[in-house]
Design a protein around this ligand. Sequence first.
Ligand code: ADP
Ligand code: MG
Length: 464
Amino acid sequence: MPHTAESAWRECLAIIRNHIAPQGFATWFTKLEPVVLEEESGNIKLIIRVPAPFHYEYLEGQYSGLIRSALTQVLGEQSLLYYEVVVTQSTEQDQQSYHVQASTKTSINPKPKVTNTNDSKKKSPLIESYTFDKFIVGDCNNLAYSASQAIADCPGGTAYNPFLIYGGVGLGKTHLMQAIGNHVRDYHPEKKVLYVSSERFTTDFVKAIQEKQISKFSSAYRKIDLLIIDDVQFFGGKEKTQEEFFCIFNDLQQNGNQIVLSADRPPKEISGIEERLLSRFCWGLQADLQPPDLETRTAILLRKSEEFGLNLPSPVVDYIAHNITKNVRELEGALVRLLAQATYTQQDINEELVRIALKDFVQRPHATLSIDRVQKLVCEFFGIDQHRLHEKTKKREIVQVRQLAMYLCRELDYTHKAIGLQFGGRDHSTVVHAIKSVNNLIETDANYQNRVEEIRRKVHLSSD
Ligand code: ADP
Ligand code: MG
């Protein structure tokens, strides 16, 4: 039976749902609407309506592979996906809060992005938005940034060849390398630029062997003026690939062509890579990226929120910058989550909302307090005797205190089972239910939420 837009999308969703966390599915997929399914020059085209530009960006950034694969399974190789992005016309701002308005106009994205299911086999292209001017510079990334700029101005003409950027996940390695690539494409159009991940290099190489196309493979690489290879740690243990890469590397370098590499750790810590290759990685310049400091995190947040057309109140920026510290990717994720929550619940972005929206992101201190101590603190706060928490009473005021104490213990990472046991030998499902009830109350009752905040502060400041 031929598909309708609805039935095709429903099947895609069923596939997608199996591959991602329920929270991610709820946030990013339940708001999409199938618009039309039609044939276009032999292809089947599905149009999906996306509620906001950032929603589209996020989907493409995080889930494009998954969406493509679902679409291929449901509609076949010849399928195309178009997004129709709902454009918000006006936004209201004031000093303290920000309100994202309901959409007022729907328009086809002026340059509709096409996701072609056949496309995935092509070389990874440069991402246009990864440019130098979008990269925030701080003490944590200064050297890597300046060297990248010098190389982009004069590829192959500096002493930084090869140039190796290393650092943990989400710190901007790919962004910086692609910024070099984009700059060279724009300002030195005669130069051939190739950005490729080490995995891609490896699969292409293996394919070339199978298809007996090795000489074609290696001569193609030797024509590149700027070769960017991301995440070289994945060459570890792949001897044949390393050998091939070693030869390409030598030829390019001798001819003064620029090589830019990235790794998730310093070269000497990469395992499974031949010594002679590792030592070549270190011939030019190595620059590391450190986790962003508070100042840089704040600058990044301000810039990214501006890009989303938002003017975040400073307590909100402070809260995020103080609590999300690991890397820039996480910072972006937090911002997007906050935006999604504000948009779909039609709420102002203020400190309360940010706490709720980011509760999964914010790292809580691990169990340093005993369950007994949490019980004491909570009972002191509400002025009840601790032993009442263990009673089998259904009195509302006791039940509420007990549920809150359970909730706070859970935040300290105690298991449902351990908590249940210490609250009068209750079952773990009682604890699950308690946490759900507290979450519901927090989300619907601002007074209650304030009280939870107050007692949470006491718990976190306290010790056994
Ligand atoms: P890595 O390759 O090191 O894992 P990415 O380059 O993919 O990290 O960066 C993760 C995200 O964070 C990207 O969206 C990138 O644009 C952003 N990002 C990282 N560092 C910065 C920075 N200094 N300024 C602005 N955005 C950044
Ligand atoms: Mg990367």
